[in-house]
Design a protein around this ligand. Structure first.
Ligand code: FCB
Length: 462
């Protein structure tokens, strides 16, 4: 009998889900996103309210993650709870995080703790937040405080989530608070966030020399709509540079392209200031030259016609499901950083209320990740966005990224088929033929390759 084909992941590979405080905790009334919601500025007019009620009951969902045999979980600390007013520390909030981290450890899940995931305390936002370089010290002081108090429970830190999304959506397109549309300011915010990461890195390094410290960027593949159109290629390249690569260059301490060198000062001590690269990957866009869009660097973005699509959102489309993109992004980041540090997929997921594409998408993205590992890339973990449906920023409750479905009104949970599939993968530390057969048989050929006349053959790939 032919042995079962499988893609085996390396020993110690981290399997988990990713989440953020504001999206899950509920009752966050002291940050700039709360104010944005109160002002009715989310696309749906909805509010996060009790969210997934993690402030009271995150343990109930940790239990689900434990049942899925996840060995890691990414969550964030809400700065506005811990430091509700400048310089005033709330011990009870800190204690709640101690309880949550202890609970994860008890369940044998390594916590990956994000120190900034889009939200700022109101007092910080009202001083212009990261738009002012002198404000970075407030963030670094917060980081010192929490690491001093939590270092016995966590040693895996992610300083800042997606500085590129925070800077460009908040200050260029105006979709996120503070809702500004000022290109130069957006660039300064990006630069200051990378500087904040670097300073936080050294602060943590000093307090906890063994800590693993990184940040993550959102990498969106942006490709020329027509590969032989020079204009499409130029605008796609420009958008890629600004959205994906500028932050990485700043963080790596590399020289910026010429005009930018005059606008942005380099980040001091950047080179070497991370222990891993965090990669958030969701989708790709095609980009066509469009002279009517100066604000988007003359590029119009749209999904590839006919591509399998995530459910749309209020603000437009969430994008194509494109597994090979993950492979390409892993390689690009590895190349751009000259393979200097391990890689983690700190987010990947899809908006899919019916779970119609998710099982296959997870399998195919993981197969791509596995291919990268086979080719020698040091990918050490995968965090699926997200465990339980949660409050999706401007999209409010209209997006469904969870392995587990949540009814935010009744707080009822219902695991989607993807949840049990993800559990099986984590348990086996592998994608097996039987998992593929049961959850997405149509993907068998792309995952294992075509079955040959000699039978399925034994194919155990490390
Ligand atoms: C990422 C964010 C995360 C969530 C997912 C869908 O860009 O980091 O909070 O919104 O997208």
């Amino acid at each position: 009998m032919a042995r079962e084909r499988k893609l085996q992941f390396p020993e110690g590979f981290l399997w988990g889900t990713a989440s953020s405080a504001h999206q899950c905790e509920g009752g966050n009334v002291n940050n700039q996103w709360y104010r944005w919601e109160q002002q009715g500025r989310t696309l749906t007019g909805e509010r996060s309210a009790v969210a997934a009620n993690w402030w009271q009951q995150a343990e109930r969902d940790f239990e689900l993650a434990e049942q899925m045999e996840n060995n890691a979980l990414r969550l964030s600390l809400e700065w506005s709870r811990i430091e509700p007013e400048e310089g005033r520390w709330d011990e009870s909030a800190l204690e709640r995080y101690r309880v949550l981290l202890s609970d994860l450890r008890r369940r044998h899940m390594t916590p990956l703790v994000t120190l900034h995931h889009f939200t700022d305390p109101l007092w910080f936002a009202d001083r212009d937040g990261f738009a002012r370089e002198e404000n970075i010290r407030y963030f670094v002081r917060f980081v010192r405080f929490v690491v001093e108090h939590l270092r016995d429970l966590c040693s895996f830190w992610l300083t800042i989530n997606e500085p590129n999304v925070y800077a460009f959506l908040g200050y260029l397109t105006g979709e996120f608070p503070p809702g500004e549309q000022r290109a130069l300011r957006a660039l300064h915010v990006l630069r200051n966030l990378m500087a904040a990461h670097v300073q936080a890195f050294y602060a943590i390094r000093e307090l906890q020399p063994e800590g693993q410290i990184g940040y993550c960027l959102n990498y969106r593949l942006l490709e020329a709509a027509c590969s032989y159109s020079p204009l499409d290629r130029v605008v796609a390249g420009l958008q890629e540079t600004f959205f994906n690569w500028l932050a990485l260059k700043l963080a790596e301490g590399e020289r910026l392209p010429l005009p930018l060198r005059f606008a942005l000062s380099a980040v001091p001590r950047a080179a070497g200031a991370r222990d891993y690269h965090g990669i958030n990957y969701y989708t790709r866009d095609l980009v066509a030259f469009d002279p009517r869009r100066p604000g988007e660097l003359f590029g119009r973005r749209f999904p590839r016609p006919g591509a399998p699509m995530q459910d749309p959102g209020r603000g437009g489309y969430f994008g194509e499901v494109y597994p090979e993109g993950l492979y390409r992004v892993l390689h690009s980041v590895y190349r751009s950083t000259r393979g200097n540090k391990p890689l983690y997929v700190t987010e990947h997921g899809l908006n899919d209320v019916e779970d119609r594409l998710r099982p296959r998408a997870i399998l195919e993205h993981l197969a791509m990740l596995h291919r990268a590992i086979r080719e020698g890339l040091p990918v050490r973990g995968y965090f699926h966005w997200t465990l339980v449906d949660n409050f999706e920023w401007n999209e409010g409750w209209g997006a469904h990224f969870g392995l587990v479905e949540l009814n935010p009104r009744t707080q009822e949970r219902r695991p989607r088929p993807s949840a049990s599939m993800f559990g099986e993968i984590c348990r086996a530390n592998a994608i097996t033929e039987s998992i593929v057969e049961r959850y997405a048989p149509e993907a068998a050929a792309t995952i294992f390759g075509p079955v040959t006349a000699a039978g399925s053959g034994a194919r155990v790939l490390i």
